[in-house]
Design a protein around this ligand. Structure first.
Ligand code: A3P
Length: 381
């Protein structure tokens, strides 16, 4: 059994061989035609220079027009990283190399995930563990305490000029590169959020600092992601769930393909600097998961501290906590709380209220095809 393997029975070992994180596809092809010129970086480990090694490909006009029409906040259209297929807004072109070249510090702690897997929940836990349960300090908005590495290509600056937002802004619209600079300049120990898959993050990341990766049943992810896309003006999705489901299984939503993202983390799970947890574990036994994360971070937790943190991280408390519930973004028109709020249902298995028989069958087929066996490691399916 894996040395850091979970004990709660949420997945099984043995179906897949433990492949080394060094086996993941790395240098593939240097793009001849991509717009990102990128900076050369010096590897922190061996002094060699490394460059963003993937191609950035614009989807065909028909597909790109559809994305711009359905996702009204994706003003620049879409881009695909090849050969992995990771899907982003076109503005990612300017961020790909700076993110890949981001200088990681030994004291950093990253929380990484595919979106809607319980990132915010885990961030709040990690921040409090890293800051000696400073509940006063935790009243500051999470986004400021825990910078979002790639926010520059998630929040198109053009969105801040949209009616309904520009007149409510209480700060100047963001400048390109501003959020990455905020992450770089955060005080140590830096706590950094990312949804980028490992292949698009600095290659030295795991050998340098700790990373907590959170995963979740993709059926609950697609539902949560649907509301997320309707809630954020920066995504601006106005369609129904059925259409969004198509975009998700066709891997035309940001940070997809889901299974590749998950696989990249799963393959690295034996690395001593990676802790792999699931939303389902957090739900099933929050206290044990807190203890596991604390031990990974090298922190002691007394039973009183554990009790207080568990209560702070309870969904009802998170829903009413202005530092994490998105209400500040709602105040400037970036987030529509009518969609259920950023901290929404917080359930496992809620997908059953959304999937019809055809979707259930399609999702199972997609899982088998794209999971390539990885799905068998999890108790979800
Ligand atoms: P739902 O939309 O299914 O409710 P992320 O932070 O990665 O965007 O994940 C958001 C999901 O985590 C949302 O799922 C949200 O409600 C859920 N979540 C956030 N805090 C939670 C908590 N304290 N308990 C349970 N679920 C929580």
């Amino acid at each position: 059994m894996g040395r850091k393997g979970p004990t709660t029975g949420h997945w099984r070992f043995g179906c897949l061989g433990v492949s080394s994180f060094a086996d993941t596809p790395l240098l593939v092809q240097i793009a001849g035609d991509r717009k990102v010129l990128g900076l050369r970086r010096t590897s922190q480990k061996c002094g060699m220079t490394e460059k963003f090694p993937y191609t950035l490909e614009t989807p065909k006009k028909e597909e790109n027009d559809l994305i711009k029409k359905e996702f009204t906040g994706h003003l620049s259209g879409a881009v695909r990283v090849q050969p992995t297929g990771y899907f982003f807004q076109d503005i990612y072109r300017d961020c790909a190399d700076p993110i890949y070249s981001f200088s990681v510090k030994k004291t950093d702690v990253f929380v990484a995930s595919y979106p809607k897997c319980g990132t915010t929940w885990t961030q709040e836990m990690v921040w409090l563990l890293m800051h000696d349960f400073d509940y006063e300090g935790a009243k500051v908005e999470l986004d400021s305490r825990f910078p979002f590495l790639e926010a520059d290509h998630v929040l198109d600056p053009g969105v801040f000029k949209m009616p309904g937002i520009c007149e409510k802004l209480t700060f100047p619209p963001p400048q390109p590169g501003q959020y990455l600079a905020a992450a770089a300049n955060a005080s140590s120990p830096r706590t950094i959020k990312t949804h980028m898959p490992f292949s698009l993050l600095p290659p030295s990341l795991l050998d340098t600092c700790k990373v907590v990766y959170v995963a979740r049943d993709p059926r609950d992810v697609v539902v949560s992601y649907y509301h997320h896309h309707r809630m954020w003006t920066s995504h601006g999705y106005r369609g129904d769930f059925k259409n969004f489901f198509d975009f998700f299984v066709n891997e035309q939503v940001m940070w997809s393909p889901f299974w590749s993202h998950l696989r990249e983390a799963w393959e690295r799970r034996q690395h001593p600097n990676l802790l792999f947890v699931t939303y389902e574990q957090l739900k099933a036994d929050l206290s044990s998961t807190i203890k596991k994360v604390a031990s990974f971070l090298g922190k002691q937790v007394t039973s009183d501290q554990l009790e207080k943190l568990s209560s702070h991280l309870h969904i009802d408390s998170m829903k009413n906590n202005q530092a994490v519930n998105g209400s500040n973004n709602a105040a400037i028109g970036l987030l529509d709380l009518k969609e259920g709020g950023f901290i929404r249902k917080g359930k496992s298995g809620g997908w059953r209220d959304y999937f019809d028989a055809e979707m259930t069958e399609r999702f199972a087929k997609w899982t088998k095809e794209k999971g390539c066996g990885l799905e068998k490691e999890f108790k979800w399916i």
